[in-house]
Unconditional design. Structure first.
Lengths: 151, 360
């Protein structure tokens, strides 16, 4: 049971990473990894929308905020492993890459795919976030109180 | 009698060809790319995404280029495009408490945990034209400091713990969607918030300003304004669990408002809420003020007859695409309608003249 939860958490992790990765960067890493698995496209890349929800007062009842564009695709590898890709934006290749990587990560190729593709994506995402956070931190206000000379 | 009139195809084609040429402008000036608009006109892109109600910076930038910078026309293009997309589903409500904040300020608590983070703001600029931008536009070095780790807590949470602020009931029901069902009144708060987040910025600003000037005054403080990136998570049926499907930038404004208490409520602060796609600070603050004004009934306040309290007035007039669609249609051919008006007024004048002649 614990193993299922762990593997689900890991899959959730890489699917989220692939969804948010820049399509061009992923395409470049995919090409460089030189992995060409035999596969069958179960669901051709499809562009659609997801209604994003928020909460009234950040914590209250849900409301519909607006849609975002999402592209999805599904593939089956020769050994029967199925992979799904849901990615932000309208790039069909991005969704196919995500589905293929999702499938490969459930096979013996997982280690290789993680090293060649997911690790660099994780590092790039962390760098982007840290760079913004560092700039934000530099704009944090340091208050000081003027001496009022009352004593 | 109904008279169908055809014609004008050639004139229309030629007009559109000329429009394309005018859009391009002087050929001696390099053409704008969509990427340039997305990166360098980011706040226009954000407005088009918010009011077009579709988060896709590339499409919004393309719409702005096509519309020659007319943002309402660009919003119209996005609204038209989004109706062609199949809906895969709805996300889980975004967790703005986990936002990676570029900016986070509070006008009520100086020493809020997490601090006052200004971010890339126009505030405190002198609003003087910068002629350096006309010359080269190179940005200087940006300062960095040790990044703050962990989520920034919502300031309202502190007031909530003391029961000083009206609680926000969670509720897990599926919210109504005005893109699927026609708007019906009275509207729930969820429906009002959906209408307001995609509402015209100018209209919302005007309504919000009217409450500040005394029409249904409710004296808002910005308890917190935050801008940053949040992950969007959705349940995927074929997986059986939820995954992050993307990351979007949002602006969130929470206001704290004076409230005297009512027959049913002890005196406590009340809330207004704004949440808008992109970096859209003016809109988010306006939305929070108008949201608060529209809550008069549920909070047991008096209806002062102010425009911002009038749900029907606000919700039926805040959408700039509905408004401009109806407004601009009156410039299109109304020859037959007008012909009948002309007939009528001629007849009335004839009758009046005959009466006068008879009297004489």
């Amino acid at each position: 049971m614990q193993a299922t939860i762990d593997s689900q958490a890991a899959r959730k992790g890489w699917l989220g990473l692939l969804a948010k990765a820049p399509a061009a960067k992923l395409a470049q890493l995919w090409a460089a990894a030189n992995i060409t698995p035999t596969h069958h496209v179960l669901r051709a890349p499809e562009i659609g929308a997801v209604m994003v929800r928020g909460r009234a007062g950040a914590v209250g009842a849900a409301f519909n905020l607006g849609e975002m564009s999402v592209t999805r695709a599904s593939v089956r590898l020769a050994d029967g492993t199925i992979g799904h890709g849901y990615v932000q934006g309208r790039d069909r290749t991005h969704a196919l890459h995500a589905a293929l990587i999702d499938a490969l990560m459930q096979t013996d190729a997982a280690g290789q795919v993680d090293r060649a593709i997911l690790s660099p994506l994780r590092a790039a995402a962390a760098d982007r976030q840290t760079a913004r956070a560092a700039k934000a931190a530099a704009t944090k206000v340091d208050f000081f109180t003027m001496v009022r000379g009352e004593d | 009698m109904y008279v169908a009139v055809k014609g004008g195809e050639r004139a229309i084609d030629n007009a559109h060809a000329w429009l394309a040429e005018e859009r391009r402008g002087d050929l001696a000036v390099p053409e704008l790319t969509v990427a340039q608009i997305r990166e360098q006109m980011a706040l226009a892109v954000n407005r088009v995404m918010a009011e077009g109600s579709l988060y896709d910076p590339d499409l919004a930038a393309l719409a702005i280029k096509q519309a020659r910078g007319d943002l309402i026309e660009a919003i119209f293009l996005i609204r038209a495009y989004r109706t062609t997309l199949p809906r895969f589903g709805a996300s889980l409500p975004v967790d703005t408490g986990a936002m990676a904040c570029d900016r986070r300020v509070s006008a009520t608590f100086k020493d809020a945990p997490g601090g006052q983070v200004l971010g890339p703001t126009f505030d405190y600029t002198h609003r003087l034209l910068d002629f350096k931008l006309a010359a080269d536009g190179e940005a200087g070095q940006v300062a960095e400091a040790a990044p703050l780790h962990g989520p920034t807590p919502h300031i309202m949470g502190f007031l909530d713990r003391e029961n000083l602020i009206q609680p926000e009931p969670a509720g897990e029901t599926t919210p109504p969607d005005l893109t699927r069902e026609p708007l019906e009144l009275p509207a729930s708060r969820a429906l009002r918030l959906q209408a307001l987040t995609r509402a015209d910025e100018g209209f919302t600003l005007g309504m919000a300003y009217s409450t500040q000037r005394g029409y249904a005054r409710n004296h808002a403080f910005v308890a917190e304004l935050r801008i940053g990136a949040v992950a969007v998570e959705m349940e995927i049926p074929e997986l059986g669990f939820s995954i992050e499907i993307g990351e979007i930038t949002l602006t969130e404004c929470e206001t704290v408002n004076q409230f005297q208490g009512s027959k049913t409520q002890p005196p406590q602060f009340t809330r207004g809420y704004g949440l808008v796609f992109g970096m859209t600070e003016r809109k988010a603050i306006s939305m929070a003020l108008v949201d608060r004004a529209l809550r008069w009934a549920e909070l047991g306040e008096d209806n002062l007859g102010a425009p911002a309290q009038d749900e029907e007035f606000v919700l039926y007039h805040c959408d700039n695409i509905q408004a401009t669609g109806f407004l601009e249609h009156i410039k299109l051919p109304h020859y037959v309608d007008f012909q009948s008006e002309l007939e009528l007024i001629r007849k009335l004048r004839r009758d009046a003249q005959q009466m006068q002649e008879a009297a004489e």
